[in-house]
Design a protein around this ligand. Sequence first.
Ligand code: DAH
Length: 345
Amino acid sequence: MSVHDQIEDARAQALSRVENAPDLDALVAIEPSLFGKKSTLGGLKRLMGQVDASERAAIGKALNAAQQAVREAFDSVRVTLAAEMRREQLETERMDLTEVPCAPNLGHLHLISQTTQRLEDVFVGMGFTVSEGPEAETDWYNFTALNLPSWHPARSMWDTLYLDLGSGEDVLLRTHTSPVQVRVMEQQRPPIYTVCPGRVFRRDTADASHLPAFHQIEGLVVDEGITFGDLAGTLDEFTAAYFGESIKSRLRPSFFPFTEPSAEFDITCTICEGAGCQTCARTGWIELGGCGVVHPNVLSNVGIDPECYSGFAFGFGIDRLALMRHGISDLRDMFTNDVRFLTQF
Ligand code: DAH
């Protein structure tokens, strides 16, 4: 076979392989065998040395023309196959937009916000206002004004997170919502009937029942002739309004520096309704928070005359309340913000 025929043969074969490539991947895979040194046309190029000098120019021209023809065919088939692949991809990934629901999936308030709002609603219904205070507090509001001087041993009840601001250990993250009591009493004169919900902070490692940041609601009443009986009646009334008539409240003697007398406030266990279960350690009661009659020193600290006015205060955890109401076993679940958990409430 003459060299020209061999070139013609190699060209025809290469073109047929290009045209028969089933898809883009197959085409790209044969590229080295079409154009590389080991391709048939490449092999023929190496034979040029043996060709008669008079024919060399013509054979060289024919080889280049054959190679160019294969390259052009290759490029054009590649464009066609790539377009085909894209079309197929678009077809399979096509989305049916006619079935989008009319209403987008709206979010809702976090369980703690919902619980806080319900608590506020109950107290507003009983004639209370809602007050707020800052999360970063000074020592005065968080401790000193609440009858907790710097040397007082009760300060160790609160594991405090101090901020690197002000002089010494003066600025801190409030350890309870009680400082809002002081702020309210500084700004308003009695009669005062208010609740103060908010976030508080303590140096605690997170576990199923503790978090370093959690929520409390504080209550404060200051008026003429307020007694411990008013406190007990208010808490009873609140318990029935929030939990329903089957849940009762009780008070147990306790100690807080800002109230005298002080008490711990328990409610019937909402899980077993008083029968005794694991959640309430078989006592039938769950501790909600602390309360008491406002200490005369606290009233004096804000310029309210304890001879004319008296008051009561209480404070309890909101997170635990939500936990009990919904039978949640781990407080941390509420704040890791997994929507699969949150959308249940
Ligand atoms: N602040 C207290 C705490 O975080 C709870 C508390 C107890 C608040 C008695 C009060 C109160 O207002 O009178 O443990």
